[in-house]
Design a protein around this ligand. Structure first.
Ligand code: NDP
Ligand code: BG6
Length: 513
């Protein structure tokens, strides 16, 4: 009953309110949380993890006793770590407020230990420092693996042997990529499970922490008007679109080994698709939600080569500025065929979605930065207005747009009469624009996810069977693309991407929104 109360509360209130309301099940005075950022000298730690931890601290969401430890090979003192971290902290929650005092307090809780990733001895030294800070309380430890994937297992081995908690929980957040195909992903899971049980592994997909992605379930399951329409009967197609207006600059070395399908589609877009298309879960409990996601993923047909278009950006000069080609990056091999753009059509073999194309489009170095879901509804049968007055109204079907970022919002395109004496129809938007509706800034995805990991909430993390199901859909086509050395269609930096994406959509009677 306690767990259920917590679940219900967490579905309707903020985490802080949940913790206050359910404080009777945890005694904060007797326990501590140590958050160890492994790879603290790196890009992700600086850009996302430390700022998210500070934001949580600022919002009073972290436990009373907590410590943050950076761990990496680079030599750094505590003061140097604090200096590095302080440069990336912002008072973004309320820009009018001066939060320098809070920053000072937060930085005092940050420490650093330099060590090798494969040294049990170095992790044992970390353990000694952690114990000093834990002061004899029940110790809970969260390790965030912000390091390249080839060293995940050795870190987990050393940390579990020498630095796991003796009397509390030990959890590990793992960053993507989780392998590069079904086999390597399964091998990684097997390796990690030598030292951890599934419940200790928090596989992060930061798109699941984005506000509008989390809101998908609320939109579907707490409004009467959407769910009855959520099927092949009323929906013509669904589009998941990700585009960035910058290239892979600086990350070419990583990217060339993965490509856009593994970087964005197999994880971020597929996770959104699963939440979009799953059946109603029994409850909001993590296992119930993840069971439904796995079911829908396992109902999908593996992606076929004929349903994929790949592209790669080439150099383009605009306004006197020359933007580089993907292969101009020194860390990218000359003549690389790695796709920086892909479009795909996927299908779900179940009663709800049979025959509905689920289209995905993801690309780097395109004309805009956007992530959105577009739901195109069917034509109104026997449309009275189309019959009597319409010329182009046959195309004016309803469309629901869920704008994940930037400028978050949800809008529904409807047909409307233009005010006046004539009967003229117009397309308008019923618009929920977040910036206009809510004054508070939307938290970064990493804040939500870190808080959930600390609280042991697994709903927004990827379970191993979900991961297997996701790889099963993409591995065959990825292999085929590589074996057949499929040439990507080149598109200019800053353009709308290869024209092949339009032909692919047209073959499925779809127009990109
Ligand atoms: P970095 O390349 O910056 O690596 C993090 C730290 O790991 C480095 O500071 C370095 O620390 C150590 N390191 C780097 N290369 C090696 C190596 N070959 N062998 C051993 N140690 C190494 O990675 P990011 O911070 O960019 O990313 C961390 C993880 O998060 C990766 O798994 C990445 O794929 C994932 N990720 C990153 C995103 C981003 O925006 N950066 C987005 C999504 C996921 P030191 O030398 O001090 O030990
Ligand atoms: C990461 C990808 O997972 O997501 C990057 O590896 C991409 O290539 C990033 O740029 C996009 O995240 P966001 O939150 O900036 O949309």
């Amino acid at each position: 009953p306690l767990k259920n109360l917590k679940d219900v509360l967490s579905s309707v209130t903020s985490s802080k309110e949940v913790r206050e309301a359910t404080n009777f099940d945890t005694n904060e005075h007797d326990s501590t949380v140590s958050i160890v950022v492994v790879g603290a000298s790196g890009d992700l730690a600086k850009k996302k993890i430390f700022p998210a931890l500070f934001a949580l601290y600022y919002e009073d969401c972290l436990p009373k006793h907590f410590t943050v430890f950076g761990y990496a090979r680079s030599k750094m003192t505590d003061a140097e770590l604090r200096d590095m971290v302080s440069r990336t902290l912002t008072c973004r929650i309320d820009k009018r407020e001066n939060c320098s005092e809070k920053m000072e307090q937060f930085l005092k809780r940050c420490f650093y230990h330099s060590g090798q990733y494969d040294s049990e001895k170095n992790f044992a030294e970390l353990d000694t420092k952690l114990r000093d800070h834990e002061g004899g309380r029940v110790s809970n430890r969260l390790f965030y693996l912000s390091i390249p994937p080839n060293i995940f297992t050795e870190v987990v081995k050393c940390a579990s042997k020498s630095a796991s908690s003796a009397n509390g929980w030990t959890r590990v957040i793992v960053e993507k990529p989780f392998g590069r195909d079904a086999e390597s992903s399964a091998a990684l899971t097997r390796d990690l499970k030598q030292y951890l049980v599934e419940d200790q592994i928090f596989r992060i997909d930061h798109y699941l922490g984005k506000e509008l992605v989390e809101n998908l379930s609320v939109l579907r399951f707490s409004n009467l008007i959407f769910e009855p329409l959520w099927s092949r009967q009323y929906i013509r197609n669904v589009q998941f679109i990700f585009s960035e207006d910058f290239g892979t600059e600086g990350r070419g070395g990583y990217f060339d080994n993965y490509g856009i399908i593994r970087d964005i589609m197999q994880n971020h877009l597929l996770q959104i698709l699963a939440l979009f298309a799953m059946e109603t879960p029994v409850s909001l409990d993590a296992e119930d939600v993840r069971n439904e996601k796995v079911k829908v993923l396992r109902s999908m047909k593996p992606l076929q080569l004929e349903n994929v278009v790949v592209g790669q950006y080439k150099s383009h000069t605009k306004g006197g500025v020359t933007y580089p080609a993907y292969t101009d990056d020194k860390t990218v091999p000359k003549g690389s065929l790695t796709p920086t753009f892909a479009a795909a059509a996927l299908f779900i073999n179940n009663a709800r979605w049979d025959g509905v194309p689920f289209l995905m489009k993801a690309g780097k170095a395109l004309h805009s930065k956007i992530a959105e879901i577009r739901v195109q509804f069917r034509h109104v049968p026997g449309n009275l207005f189309n019959r009597s007055f319409g010329t182009d109204l046959d195309r004016a079907t309803n469309e629901l747009v869920i704008r994940v970022q930037p400028d978050e919002g949800i809008y529904l395109k409807i047909n409307n009469k233009v005010p006046g004496l004539a009967m003229r129809l117009d397309r308008s938007n019923l618009n929920l624009h977040y910036a206009a509706r809510y004054s508070k800034e939307i938290p970064d995805a990493y804040e939500r996810l870190l808080l959930d990991a600390i609280e042991g909430e697994r709903r927004l993390f990827i379970r191993s069977d979900e991961l297997d199901a996701a790889w099963a859909l993409f591995t065959p086509v990825l292999k085929e693309l590589e074996e057949k050395k499929v040439m990507p269609e080149f598109y200019p930096y800053g353009s709308r991407g290869p024209v092949g994406a339009h032909y692919l959509a047209a073959r499925h009677n779809v127009q990109w929104g």
